[in-house]
Design a protein. Structure first.
Length: 494
C-alpha cells in the first residue's frame, strides 16, 4: 500500500509541476485585443489553478482538470471586435453627413477602410492583428478628414460672423488639433472632433455689423447735398440701402446675403465717390486760393487711393466723399463773389481794364451790408475810398474800391472792383441834393462839375446818352424823391 501511495504522490507532484508551468504560461499570454469575456474565463482558470496548487490534498484528477481548464481558456481566447465595430459606426456616421466639404480622395479612403473593416468584422477567424489593423485604417482615414475639417474651419471668413460664435469655432479647432497630435486618439474621439467643428460652423451667426455701418454711411451721404451727383447714382445708392435694410431685418439672412448687400452699398458709394472726384477736378482752379485748393487736391488724391483699393470699406468711401465735399465747401474764393439772391453784380467784361461793382442798394450800402452779400468768407474784403480803408458802418459809393485779399497776407490782392452807385456823383455813398446840384450845374450850365471818362460821370449819365443833361437831372430827382425807381444793376457803361 505504501508503494502505491508513493507512486500516486509522485504522479500528483509531477502534475502539479505541470500546472504551475501552465499558470505561468497563462499569465504571460498576450490578451491585448481579446474579448473581455474570454479574458475573464482565462483569469478564472488561473485563479482556480492557484487554489489547486496551494491545496496539499489536491488530487491528480483535480490538478489535471485545472491544467485542462487553463488550456481550454487559452484556446478559447477570442479577438475583441468591439473597437472595430465602433470605428465602423463612427466612419459611417461621418459618411452619412455632408461630405462635399472634404476631398473626394479622403472620402473614398474612409469608404474603403470601412468596407475592409466590415469584411474583417464578418470573418469569425479574423486574428487580433487583422482586427487592430482594420480599426487603425478607419482611424487614420477619419484623422485625414479631421485635418481637412480643421483647414476648412481656419479658412472661414472671420469677418462674416459674430465674435461669440467664432469663439466656439476656435475652441473646436483647438480641440481638433489636440486630437490630431494625439497618436492614441480613438476613432470615436476623432469623429467627435469632426462633429464639433461641423456643429460650430453650422452654428456660426452671421454678423450684420458691417452691413448696418454701410447702411448708416449711405444714409449719411443721402442726407447731404445730392444735387451734385447724377440722379442714377443717387437712385442706385437708395436702392442698395433699401435692399440692405431688408436683409438686415431678415433673421434668417445668410452670411453671403449680408456680404452681397454690404458690397452693393459699397459699390454704389464708390460710384458717387468717382463722381465727386470728377466734380472736384472740374472746379475752376483760378477762382480759389492756392491754400484751399491744396486741401481739395489732397482730398482728391486720397479719394483716388480709395477708388483703387478693392478692399475699401463703405466707411472709408463715405469719408473720402465727405472729405471732398468739405474741401469744396471750404474753398476760399479769390474773386469777389456775391451771394446767391444778392442784387450786387461784379462785371469783369466792362470793355475797359476795370472791373465794376453795381447793384448796390442805396438804402443799405454800408461796408457791412456789402460784405454780408458776398461769399468771400475764406478771404478778406476791404473797401477803400481815396486809398483809405472804410469802417464797417461807413457808406460805400461811386469810386470806392473793393478788394479781395489773402487773409494770411493782405499784400496778396486777388481781385479789385470799382463801385458805381448810380446817382451818387460825388462818391459819398448817398444820393442826395449835393449830387443833384452837381448834375444840375453840368446839365443846364455846363459847369464841368463831373469829369468825363470817370465812374462818377457814368453814375451821373443815367440816360446813357453820353452827356449829362436834363434827362439825367430828372432821373436823379426821381431817385432822390423815390418817385422814379432806378435799377442799380444796369450796366450803363457798356
Amino acid at each position: 500500500a505504501e508503494e502505491i501511495k508513493n507512486a500516486t504522490d509522485a504522479i500528483r507532484d509531477a502534475l502539479k509541476d505541470l500546472l504551475e508551468e501552465a499558470v505561468e504560461n497563462a499569465e504571460n499570454t498576450d490578451t491585448t485585443g481579446m474579448d473581455p469575456d474570454s479574458i475573464k474565463d482565462l483569469e478564472d482558470a488561473i485563479d482556480n489553478a492557484q487554489d489547486v496548487i496551494n491545496n496539499p490534498d489536491a488530487t491528480p484528477d483535480e490538478i489535471k482538470n485545472a491544467i485542462d481548464a487553463i488550456n481550454d481558456a487559452i484556446n478559447n481566447l477570442k479577438p475583441d471586435k468591439t473597437e472595430l465595430e465602433k470605428a465602423i459606426n463612427d466612419g459611417n456616421e461621418i459618411l452619412g453627413g455632408d461630405t462635399d466639404k472634404y476631398t473626394p480622395e479622403s472620402v473614398q479612403a474612409l469608404e474603403d477602410a470601412i468596407a475592409a473593416g466590415e469584411a474583417v468584422d464578418a470573418n469569425p477567424d479574423a486574428t487580433a492583428e487583422e482586427i487592430k489593423n482594420a480599426t487603425d485604417a478607419i482611424r487614420d482615414a477619419l484623422k485625414d478628414l479631421l485635418e481637412e475639417a480643421v483647414e476648412n474651419a481656419e479658412n472661414t471668413d472671420k469677418d462674416a460672423f459674430t465674435p461669440e460664435s467664432l469663439q466656439d469655432l476656435e475652441d473646436a479647432i483647438d480641440n481638433a488639433q489636440d486630437v490630431i497630435n494625439n497618436p492614441d486618439a480613438t476613432p470615436d474621439e476623432i469623429k467627435n472632433a469632426i462633429d464639433a467643428i461641423n456643429d460650430a460652423i453650422n452654428n456660426l451667426v452671421p454678423d450684420k455689423t458691417e452691413l448696418e455701418k454701410a447702411i448708416n454711411d449711405g444714409n449719411e451721404i443721402l442726407g447731404g447735398d445730392t444735387d451734385k451727383y447724377t440722379p442714377e447714382s443717387v437712385q442706385a445708392l437708395e436702392d442698395a440701402i433699401a435692399a440692405g435694410e431688408a436683409v438686415d431685418a431678415d433673421p434668417d439672412a445668410t452670411a453671403e446675403e449680408i456680404k452681397n448687400a454690404t458690397d452693393a452699398i459699397r459699390d454704389a458709394l464708390k460710384d458717387l465717390l468717382e463722381e465727386a472726384v470728377e466734380n472736384a477736378e472740374n472746379t475752376d482752379k483760378d477762382a480759389f486760393t492756392p491754400e484751399s485748393l491744396q486741401d481739395l487736391e489732397d482730398a482728391i488724391d486720397n479719394a483716388q487711393d480709395v477708388i483703387n483699393n478693392p478692399d475699401a470699406t463703405p466707411d472709408e468711401i463715405k469719408e473720402a466723399i465727405k472729405a471732398i465735399e468739405d474741401a469744396l465747401d471750404a474753398l476760399e474764393l479769390t474773386k469777389i463773389t456775391p451771394e446767391q439772391g444778392s442784387d450786387i453784380v461784379v462785371d469783369r467784361e466792362t470793355g475797359t481794364e476795370y472791373t465794376y461793382m453795381v447793384g448796390l442798394n442805396p438804402s443799405a450800402n454800408s461796408v457791412a451790408d456789402i460784405k454780408n452779400q458776398l461769399e468771400n468768407d475764406g478771404t478778406t474784403i476791404i473797401v477803400l475810398r481815396n486809398d483809405v480803408e472804410l469802417a464797417s458802418n461807413e457808406l460805400v459809393g461811386t469810386g470806392c474800391i473793393v478788394k479781395c485779399v489773402s487773409k494770411n497776407d493782405p499784400s496778396i490782392v486777388y481781385e479789385v472792383a470799382t463801385v458805381i452807385l448810380y446817382g451818387d456823383v460825388n462818391g459819398d455813398g448817398r444820393i442826395d441834393s449835393d449830387d443833384k446840384s452837381l448834375v444840375r450845374g453840368d446839365a443846364f450850365f455846363s459847369e464841368g462839375n463831373v469829369q468825363t471818362g470817370t465812374v462818377y460821370y457814368i453814375a451821373a449819365d443815367l440816360s446813357k446818352d453820353g452827356v449829362i443833361d436834363a434827362f439825367d437831372y430828372f432821373d436823379q430827382d426821381g431817385i432822390i424823391t423815390g418817385n422814379r425807381p432806378f435799377d442799380q444793376t444796369l450796366t450803363l457803361y457798356k
